[in-house]
Design a protein around this ligand. Structure first.
Ligand SMILES: [Zn+2]
Length: 313
């Protein structure tokens, strides 16, 4: 069942990653104005999550991320969930994605020579704080503390049947280093690490994206380095920074350029909004990206458009 990015890239030129989960859940009536965000829907309407996973597979995604981005022990604990329930919900997110994949494969719609991949989504420390700090970075949190935050959940996710791990929206260098060290200690699954950036050069923390790529490129466990939840206009420059520094898969799955309002938990229009997803994707491929998808506010129809850029159709 497991296949690497390399096989997909060889077969069709690049990997199609899925789009936003939360945006789709909201479009279907889910209320995500809550500290647990999409992880809350795991308890309320798991069938809806499976359907969104399936819709992205039908749109042509080769990789679907699980609904666990905001599922953390710290986050669930703060909302009064027990440790046992938190573990079950994290496992459920993977099971739903795997069920969606089974449904998809049975439908005969899979056009690849291998099955799509399920990536267990792991959000940053800031996502569990639910205060928008994944778009700023954090001060006064040590590498050891960040390792402690990620360790428990990582241990749950590496025991699941997910094909790989996706650390997403990482805002600062220390968190990347914490993840790299943890993966070294618990190396049974490969992972990608994707950063949130505030412009074409810097992580949200203000540190250089270049330094983040350099810090991760010698990791055996990390198979991809990426940028997500970043405005589309900065992506090309970030790819060009990463490309000469690493031979790993370069993943980009930006948002639509809106600005996140962490108080009201809504996305607000900004000058960075860019509707030309497919034109941008073409530019990103030329710049050296190997995997493209979407983050907040992107939809299955955006992902479907990516199929027109594949080597084989
Ligand atoms: Zn996002």
């Amino acid at each position: 069942m497991f296949s690497t990015f390399e096989h997909i890239i060889k077969e069709q030129g690049f990997v199609i990653i899925d789009g936003a989960l939360a945006t789709e859940l909201e479009a279907r009536g889910a209320d995500l104005n809550h500290p647990l965000w999409s992880a809350k829907i795991l308890t309320e309407d798991p069938a809806m999550i499976k359907q969104v996973n399936l819709d992205y597979l039908n749109a042509g995604a080769n990789v679907i991320a699980t609904a666990s981005y905001q599922a953390s022990f710290m986050g669930y604990e703060r909302q009064g969930y027990s440790r046992e329930v938190a573990i079950k919900l994290m496992q459920l997110s993977v099971e739903l994605a795997i069920e969606a994949r089974e449904t998809f494969l049975l439908s005969g719609e899979n056009k690849m020579n291998q099955s799509p991949l399920v990536a267990a989504s792991l959000g940053p420390y800031g996502a569990a704080l639910a205060d928008g700090s994944e778009y700023r970075g954090y001060s006064n949190v040590s590498v050891d503390e960040l390792m402690a935050f990620h360790r428990d959940r990582l241990l749950v996710m590496i025991e699941t049947n997910a094909d790989m791990l996706a650390f997403e929206t990482i805002p600062c260098l220390d968190e990347a280093i914490a993840i790299k060290k943890l993966l070294q200690q618990h190396s049974s699954k490969k992972a990608w690490v994707s950063f949130s950036c505030k412009d074409g050069m810097h992580l949200c923390s203000g540190e250089l994206f270049e330094d983040a790529v350099k810090a991760l490129t010698d990791s055996e466990e990390i198979i991809g380095i990426g940028v997500n939840c970043t405005a589309p206009q900065y992506i090309e420059s970030l790819i060009k920074i990463a490309k000469p520094l690493t031979s790993k898969t370069i993943l980009v799955y930006p948002n639509k350029g809106e600005t996140y309002n962490a108080i009201d938990k809504i996305w607000e229009a900004s000058a960075n909004c860019d509707p030309n997803f497919i034109e941008n994707a073409r530019t990103w491929l030329r710049a050296g990206a190997n995997a493209i998808g979407g983050c907040c506010r992107t939809t299955p129809s955006d992902i479907k458009q990516l199929n027109t850029l594949l080597l084989i159709k």
